[in-house]
Design a protein around this ligand. Structure first.
Ligand code: ZN
Length: 187
């Protein structure tokens, strides 16, 4: 079974705040590739097990079987036989994810990466910034501000939910906020 490779690979990044439909958009793109019988694989970082350890799940309950990985070196190996490689929650991988994505594109893979562009203080996640700079296609997703209804580009951590950079949580810990309603130090 030989499927001729495309002439080149490329990177697509889907970046935005929480509650902006990033995973939904990632799943949508991967599904279309699957309908075309392309070989698809999707990875997520092992620490993110909010909904399911073997699937990526969007807030509207779209699901796709995924591989949880603690070590990014697994990604290259498993992706070798694939046409399209999805990566969810890119901000939770270590910085090697950037080089892995580049190498996959050099291997003529279509690489689709979803992740948070900003942390809860609105400081960029380095991995995602670098991937956005390197990508051929960048989609910024916006949520709707849960305070005022404006377009929301920030993930507000709610008061009392800690100051660690990575706190995996959901509606109980975060709100989408616009620039005006966002505060890096909630009280
Ligand atoms: Zn607002």
């Amino acid at each position: 079974m030989f499927i001729a490779p495309r002439d080149t690979g490329w990177l697509e990044v889907i970046a935005g705040p929480m509650f902006s439909g990033k995973t939904e958009e990632l799943i949508r793109r991967l599904r279309l590739a699957m309908y075309a019988r392309q070989r698809v694989v999707v990875f997520k970082p092992a620490l993110d097990d909010r909904f399911s350890s073997s699937e990526i799940v969007s807030r509207n309950q779209m699901k796709l079987e995924s591989i949880s990985c603690a070590d990014t070196s697994e990604i290259l190996q498993i992706s070798e036989s694939k046409d399209v490689v999805g990566i969810d929650e890119a901000q939770f991988f270590d910085e090697s994810i950037v080089e892995i994505a580049e190498r996959l594109a050099a291997m003529k893979k279509r690489v689709i990466i979803a992740g948070l562009d900003l942390d809860f203080r609105a400081v960029p996640f380095d991995n995602v910034s670098r991937l956005m700079a390197s990508a051929e296609y960048v989609t910024k997703t916006l949520a709707i501000c849960m305070q005022c209804g404006n377009p929301a580009s920030r993930s507000q951590r709610l008061a009392g939910k800690g100051s660690e950079r990575i706190v995996v949580g959901d509606v109980e810990s975060y709100e989408a906020r616009c620039r005006r309603c966002f505060s890096p130090d909630p009280h």
